[in-house]
Design a protein around this ligand. Structure first.
Ligand code: PMP
Ligand code: GLN
Length: 390
């Protein structure tokens, strides 16, 4: 489409890097460690509930807020893991993936010209959702290699037009898990300036070092926080696009008003299935974490053997590597986009250039993201291919 035909606020947004890189993997036959999706489906008992529901119902529009059983299960999950209490009828909303919850929050909360503070790098839908809402993004840099940020820079990003903070922990793409101390500092700013926090917690069950602390659990924060989860991540059904949020009623309703005109509701037969998923025993959630931890270590070792400088990942299913030395040794481009375009031919692997997640492009120019939510044999195949770079 000719860019000039597009809403000016969406100029500059092309096809997502994930779609582009998956297409590149398909075209070149490379192992796809780019787009973050698991290559094995989630629990069979959950899929069976969905299959049964497709055959026997419910197959008509579910209630606007989501099916009551699923809303109850979301509230129970928040209580069980984080001791957070939410009323399933007034404080829970089921969405079309976390993506819709994020977009709905931006549309429901922001007026034209309002500002949203978020970190960079950040997941690509954040910029687009903020732009579509007519709001303005202010970013604070998470700095490689230790994934720290400057709280004074964070404070300076707040101004009279600030409306919300869009937080993501565990963080895509860096793998950072925000510490209690960092969250307390962010919470203090939110309280002082009366900001809403939209907390994208989709990787909440994938923490390897430290713990996932929902910012809603800190003193004074429940009343100003929208917490977002995703069945795509938690149950490895990314194609189902089931998400949810918990928030006090006025905030829940702000998102609901926007959401009802975006999609109204999401797929009915998937809702009872995710309800069952959320009530699975602790061994399921612990198994997800330990499986991914072993995969993180497997891929990290392989990347290091191939000569990458690998940054530490505390959570999510992504690893970031600095390409500088590998690129120099192999006479490859040392900038992440060009490196990722050359990698399929050079080594038969697709990764995502982290640069696309940054506003300050220079900060991400040497960083590349690899997804490790893949079968061990696929990771081993990728590692073997990458060994040509060593
Ligand atoms: N937030 C982050 C940080 C993500 O990485 C993703 C991955 N797709 C999403 C939101 C979107 O989740 P969903 O597929 O449930 O819309
Ligand atoms: N969240 C996944 C990632 O970061 C995939 C998102 C997508 O394909 N839009 O790779």
């Amino acid at each position: 489409m000719v860019e000039a035909l597009r809403n000016p606020r969406l100029q500059g947004f092309g096809t997502t890097v994930f779609a582009e890189m998956s297409a590149l993997a398909q075209k070149t036959g490379a192992v796809n460690l780019g787009q973050g999706f698991p290559d094995t489906d989630g629990p069979r008992e959950v899929a069976e509930v969905a299959a049964h529901a497709v055959l026997h119902g419910p197959n008509q529009y579910p209630p606007l807020l989501g099916q009551p059983g699923l809303r109850a299960a979301v509230a129970e999950h928040q209580q069980r893991f984080y001791d957070l209490e939410y009323d399933p009828d007034t404080e829970v909303l089921i969405t079309v993936g976390a993506t819709e919850a994020i977009a709905g929050a931006m549309f429901g909360l922001c007026d034209f010209g309002d500002e949203v503070i978020t970190f960079e790098p950040s997941y690509d839908s954040y910029s687009a959702s903020i732009a579509m809402a007519g709001a303005i993004k202010r970013t604070v840099l998470i700095e490689a290699p230790h994934n720290t940020f400057d709280i004074d820079a964070f404070r300076s990003a707040v101004g009279p037009k600030s409306r919300a903070i869009l937080l993501n922990t565990p963080h895509n793409p860096t793998g950072k898990v925000f510490t209690r101390n960092e969250l307390e500092q962010i919470a203090a700013v939110a309280i002082e300036h009366d900001l809403v926090v939209v907390s994208d917690d989709v990787y909440q069950h994938m923490v390897f070092d430290g713990e996932h602390i929902p910012i809603a659990a800190l003193p004074g924060m429940r009343e100003r926080t929208i917490s977002i989860g995703s069945a795509g991540k938690t149950f490895s059904f990314t194609g189902w696009k089931v998400g949810w949020l918990t928030a006090p009623q006025p905030l829940r309703d702000a998102v609901m008003v926007a959401k009802q005109f975006l999609t109204f509701v999401n797929a009915a037969p998937l809702q009872p299935a995710i309800e069952v998923g959320l009530r699975l025993g602790d061994e399921y959630f612990e198994g997800l974490r330990t499986d991914l931890l072993a995969k993180r270590d497997r891929l990290q070792t392989g990347l290091e053997l191939a000569g990458f400088d690998v940054l530490h990942t505390q959570g999510t299913y992504f690893l970031t590597a600095d390409i500088s030395s590998v690129a120099a040794r192999n006479n490859m481009p040392a900038t992440s986009i060009e490196f990722c375009l050359a990698l399929p031919e050079k080594a038969g692997v697709v990764a995502v250039p982290s640069e696309v997640f940054y506003e300050t492009k220079e900060a991400g120019r040497r960083l590349v993201r690899f997804a490790f939510c893949k079968r061990d044999e696929v990771l081993d195949d990728a590692i073997e291919r990458l060994s040509v770079l060593a």
